[in-house]
Design a protein around this ligand. Structure first.
Ligand code: GLN
Length: 198
């Protein structure tokens, strides 16, 4: 099972290692043609404005929107969560408006730029070490969105069918439970849409 990591900018390598650790084959995705071989894609942390620009420049926007509307599993972490949001606070244009969430960028303020905490994540487990780096928050979710985790009452992880998002960086610890959770979503998709091996 091949799972991609969008490799235009950001924390790509760590996600690739996690995918491998979970027994799937990671692919660093730099070209649109690579999408056809994949059963799922992670959009990593980094800088969402930059990732959004590169998604447009390299022609990823339409194919990813099309796939995302047709059940293809996508997992956005940190900047990747912002990329998947239908609404970004402050009037910024959305990048891949797929997930019915409203997000606030850099929501934790300067003093708390980066921090770690332990979270309970529904379906994933307890005491998950979550690393936040200039992280966004989900300030509102639509009806079809399941809240998976909160930090001090604020939403930091959510799922909408085949779309998964986290404010923090699950790739930066040794704990692969969140990636395994995503890979189960990928597996379910793959059963329905087997990728032809070339
Ligand atoms: N602050 C970044 C943004 O708004 C996200 C930070 C991250 O991905 N670690 O895009």
């Amino acid at each position: 099972m091949k799972v991609g990591v969008l490799a235009l900018q950001g924390a790509v390598r760590e996600h690739m290692n996690m995918i491998e650790k979970c027994g799937a084959e990671p692919v660093a995705v730099k070209k649109v043609e690579q999408l056809d071989d994949l059963s799922g894609l992670i959009i990593p942390g980094g800088e969402s404005t930059t990732i959004g620009k590169l998604i447009r420049r390299y022609g990823f926007r339409d194919p990813l929107l099309e796939k995302g509307q047709n059940g293809f599993p996508l997992f956005g972490t940190c900047a990747g969560l912002i990329v998947l949001a239908k609404t970004i606070e402050g009037g910024e244009d959305p990048h891949l408006p797929l997930m019915d969430i409203r997000v606030q960028r850099n929501a934790f303020g300067r003093q708390r730029d980066s921090f770690e905490t332990h979270l309970h994540i529904n379906g994933v487990g307890d005491a998950f070490r979550a690393v936040f780096i200039r992280a966004p928050l989900i300030v509102e979710v639509g009806e079809g969105v399941e809240v998976l985790a909160r930090h001090k009452d604020q939403i930091v992880a959510a799922r909408q069918n085949h779309l998964l998002a986290a404010s923090f960086h699950p790739e930066l610890t040794d704990d692969s439970r969140f990636h395994r959770y995503f890979l189960q979503m990928v597996q379910a998709y793959q059963h329905k849409h087997p990728v032809e091996t070339k």
